[in-house]
Design a protein around this ligand. Sequence first.
Ligand SMILES: Cc1cc2nc3c(=O)[nH]c(=O)nc-3n(C[C@H](O)[C@H](O)[C@H](O)COP(=O)(O)O)c2cc1C
Length: 207
Amino acid sequence: MDFYDVVQRRRDVRAEFTGEPVDDAVLHRVLSAAHHAPSVGMTQPWDFILVRDVGTRAAFREHVLAERAAFAATLSGERARTFDRIKVEGILESTLSVVVGYDPTRGSPAVLGRHAIADAGLYSSVLAIQNLWLAATAEGLGVGWVSFYREEHLRDLLGMPAHVRPVAWLCLGPVRRLQEVPDLERHGWRARVPLAEVLHEERYTAR
Ligand SMILES: Cc1cc2nc3c(=O)[nH]c(=O)nc-3n(C[C@H](O)[C@H](O)[C@H](O)COP(=O)(O)O)c2cc1C
């Protein structure tokens, strides 16, 4: 696959995981791609926690379902009916999970490039996630990002120290197929907006 194929093929996966094993060498390549992401001041502020234990994943899923219900309770009418049809996680169906953390103390206190924008550290962890996502796609694996959780809950569940911020719970593994159209678009939640709508020349144009 060339790079642009990978970008187009990448999907957020919930329902298509097979649960089959992931080869250690493949997993290492995917994690290594994540670890080669750019980072502010070369801080490499990410941590990757591999969660295979079914008990831990089931406990996290219970929490996710409660948060899903909390979000559903804020909806009404068509939004409520549409959301009802949407699956938001494949935690137990996937092979394993990769929880990505952000450690702002790494490389500090003199972080080159973060003095004015504290979020630059967080951006770096998110870039590692995108590398992981694209590498997994190139390897024929699926990734599903789950964000229906409270950070404190996840930190406690995995024994993460207070200064490390959980950034993502990623479900990972082989898939039956990758959908061509994002789930949220297929289910009528929201579609991709045209590039022209977000493109500005020289100065911000209010639309
Ligand atoms: C920060 C972030 C959080 C997300 N959280 C969830 C989630 O909790 N559950 C879910 O099903 N998808 C989640 N997604 C996936 C998005 O819904 C998905 O990327 C979007 O609908 C576009 O679909 P695509 O990734 O297949 O192109 C998340 C994506 C991002 C970037």
